[in-house]
Every structure is written in structure tokens, then in C-alpha cells.
Design a protein around this ligand. Structure first.
Ligand SMILES: Nc1ncnc2c1ncn2[C@@H]1O[C@H](COP(=O)(O)OP(=O)(O)OP(=O)(O)O)[C@@H](O)[C@H]1O
Ligand SMILES: [Mg+2]
Length: 362
């Protein structure tokens, strides 16, 4: 494998492997190409948004060792754009000698909602009260300690609000648990937040950390609808968000970009909702708001390059194009101050992320 032969920083022309083939892989690949790297995509979809714009693509499941070995053989470094890659997949790639950033342990913590909250609390970062749920009777007991209403979420694999059910009365409990497929879950107390923000932060191989200004996020039907950034937060809140990002990056010995979703509470405190060990939808505004966007930043970090400037030169409103909203692409393209990103997906199903638009504000 070439990966052991080329030292960091990787030279222009090296090959970056990305596990996951969606829009995040597509935008990582486009940023990598701008810096002169080649990208190999690995994912289950033969006609994926990421493969369409990449030098190489490998189609396979995340437990297909023969396909993973073929992929690893061409990669100088490997990363991922999807947090539900099994840790065993990364362990296998590592056993082949692959350089993987961020490290598999960081993925393990952040893909499990309980481990993630325990980790946050161990760093002194606040979260809602929560309980581990494995059976319907665990849930009956937990609603007494957590109180109602509370939110039941699958422990793993949730995204875009999928795998979640509100429990409003004790009678809802059994139905909620079976609606999530009787899977290991977490019961979370309801956060009475005043707004939702997220912080995108990066750490390089030399431990250098760069943090973007926070963005304010608005969801509709559990799916991110818009991010406005930089958000109107107090200096104290921005400083607190930066410190949370730094603590998490250092504690995980993380290399690459991650996102931390935070609830701003009534009294001004910031509580952690979740960590995404990857570039994130709430960081898309950086493409037009910052000199070095989150995608380029991730590529720089995993290749051992110096990190880029996170200064925000322009205020941006990012709006997701969900489902048939993408059919308005040509109209949006005619808007001054709007930049359009279309992901090259097939059918515009309701709620499916088909693209986004960054609008320059003011
Ligand atoms: N404990 C809670 N109390 C109140 N609202 C919550 C709570 N947990 C989540 N939410 C709301 O639901 C949204 C989605 O939840 P969460 O981020 O946990 O799910 P997800 O499926 O991982 O979402 P995404 O993929 O968009 O990040 C949050 O952004 C927030 O608006
Ligand atoms: Mg979330």
C-alpha cells in the first residue's frame, strides 16, 4: 500500500480516500481537487453524488473486506463523511496499514448518543438529563426520573430527526419504544432552549485548532432548514462555544473538522446536543462566508497541511433545498447574492437534501 510510503504533509497529487458517498463526500472531493489531490470514494451507491465528481470510486458495503482492501490500496490517507460507518470497518482498514483521520475511537464515541453525552459530561460540558433504555420497562422507570415530556431517540444511526419519538404521557411509552423498533435507545429530558447554534471546529495533525464563528440553526419537521452565520450571540457565548469545540477536539485527539450542536438555554448557558465527527450541514455557510471553508479545512487537516483562516468576511444565510425545492434551481440561480450547490441526486423525495443555497445577507 502506498499509504506507508508517503510522509505527511501529503504532496499535491496524493490520493485521499473518503468513506461515504453523499453530498458531504461530493463537496470534500471538490475542495480536494482544487488543492490538487485525487479522491477515491467508497460507498454502497454506484451512482452517488460523491463518485460523480471524484477520480476513483469503489462500490461496496462497509463490511466487504475485499472491496475495502482494494480501496485502501490506492489511498494515501482515509477519512469519512458519514458517522454511521461501523468502527469495525475502520479497524480493518487500520489493520491494513491505512492512515485514518479522524481516529476510529473518536467515531466510536460520537456515533453512540449515550457515550457522547457521558463524554461531554466528563469534560464538564452540560447536557440534558438522560437515561439508557434497552427495554420497555427501562423506559417506564426512566420517565419517572427524567420527567415528561421527554424525547426517545435510537442510540445509534439517527439523522435528520429520524429514529425519534416524543413521550408526552406514560401511556405513550410502549408505543414510542416499539415505533423505534425496540432498539437500544436514550431518553432525553426536553431542553427548553431559546435557540440552537452550532460550532464548526478543526484540529490539525500538529494540534493546531481553528474554530469558526457560530451559526444559528432553524429546523422544520426535525430537518435543518436554515443556518444564519455568524449568529447574533454574546461574546461570552462565542467564547464558550469555542472553548467547548477546543475541549472536545483535544480530548478526542481529533484530526479534521467536527461540528458541535448546542442549545442556548434561557440563562445563557450552552448545552451540548450532539457531536458530528465530520463536516456538517450547519457549516455549509462557510463556503461563501469564510476564506477557508469547512471542506477545504478538513482536507488540509487530514493531509497534514496548515489549517486555513476561519475569519468570516461575509454574513450568510444557508437554506437547504429539500425535495422538490431543487426544481427551482434556475430561478434561484437568477437571484443576485445567491450561490447554488446542487448535489446531483436522483429523485427529489420529500425531505431529501437535494442541494443548498448560500445567500449573502445585508
Ligand atoms: N432533548 C431535546 N429537547 C428538545 N429538543 C430536542 C432535543 N433533542 C433534539 N431536539 C430537537 O430535535 C432536533 C434534531 O435532534 P438531533 O440533533 O438529536 O437529531 P438528528 O437526527 O441527529 O438530527 P441532525 O441529523 O439534523 O443533526 C434538534 O436540532 C432539536 O431541534
Ligand atoms: Mg442534530
Amino acid at each position: 500500500m502506498t499509504s506507508l510510503k508517503i510522509p505527511m504533509p501529503l504532496p499535491v497529487g496524493a490520493t485521499i480516500g473518503i468513506l461515504g458517498d453523499g453530498q458531504l463526500g461530493r463537496m470534500l472531493s471538490q475542495s480536494a481537487a482544487r488543492l490538487g489531490f485525487k479522491v477515491a470514494i467508497y460507498g454502497p451507491d454506484p451512482a452517488s453524488p460523491a463518485a460523480e465528481v471524484s477520480s476513483l470510486s469503489f462500490v461496496g458495503d462497509y463490511d466487504d473486506q475485499a472491496a475495502l482492501a482494494r480501496f485502501a490500496a490506492v489511498c494515501d490517507v482515509i477519512s469519512f463523511e458519514f458517522e454511521n460507518i461501523p468502527v469495525s470497518c475502520l479497524a480493518y482498514l487500520k489493520s491494513l496499514g491505512a492512515h485514518i483521520f479522524p481516529n476510529p475511537e473518536a467515531l466510536g464515541v460520537t456515533q453512540d448518543r449515550i457515550a457522547e453525552k457521558q463524554f461531554a459530561r466528563s469534560l464538564g460540558i452540560e447536557t440534558v438529563e438522560f437515561a439508557e433504555i434497552n427495554t420497555a420497562s427501562d423506559l417506564d422507570k426512566a420517565i419517572i426520573t427524567i420527567g415528561l415530556p421527554a424525547l426517545l431517540k435510537t442510540r445509534r444511526e439517527g439523522y435528520d430527526g429520524k429514529g425519534q419519538a416524543w413521550v408526552k404521557t406514560p401511556e405513550d411509552a410502549a408505543l414510542a419504544f416499539s415505533a423505534l423498533g425496540d432498539k437500544p435507545a436514550i431518553l432525553e429530558a426536553k431542553a427548553d432552549f431559546v435557540r440552537e447554534i452550532s460550532v464548526i471546529a478543526a484540529r490539525g495533525q500538529d494540534g493546531d485548532i481553528r474554530v469558526y464563528p457560530v451559526g444559528e440553526n432553524h429546523h422544520r419537521d426535525g430537518i435543518l432548514s436554515t443556518t444564519v452565520a455568524p449568529a447574533k450571540v454574546t461574546q461570552d457565548q462565542q467564547a464558550k462555544a469555542v472553548s467547548i469545540g477546543r475541549q472536545i477536539l483535544d480530548a478526542l485527539d481529533y484530526v479534521g473538522v467536527l461540528a458541535v450542536e448546542l442549545f442556548v438555554m434561557n440563562e445563557g448557558g450552552l448545552w451540548l446536543n450532539e457531536i458530528a465527527p465530520r463536516v456538517h450541514n450547519t457549516g455549509h455557510w462557510t463556503q461563501d462566508g469564510c476564506l477557508c471553508d469547512q471542506f477545504e479545512q478538513h482536507i488540509r487537516a487530514i493531509c497534514g497541511w496548515p489549517l486555513g483562516d476561519t475569519y468570516a468576511h461575509t454574513k450568510i444565510e444557508m437554506t437547504n433545498l429539500l425535495g422538490e425545492a431543487v426544481l427551482e434551481a434556475q430561478i434561484l440561480a437568477g437571484e443576485p447574492k445567491a450561490r447554488l450547490y446542487i448535489y446531483g441526486k436522483g429523485a427529489p423525495k420529500p425531505g431529501r437534501k437535494m442541494g443548498h443555497v448560500n445567500r449573502v445577507m445585508g
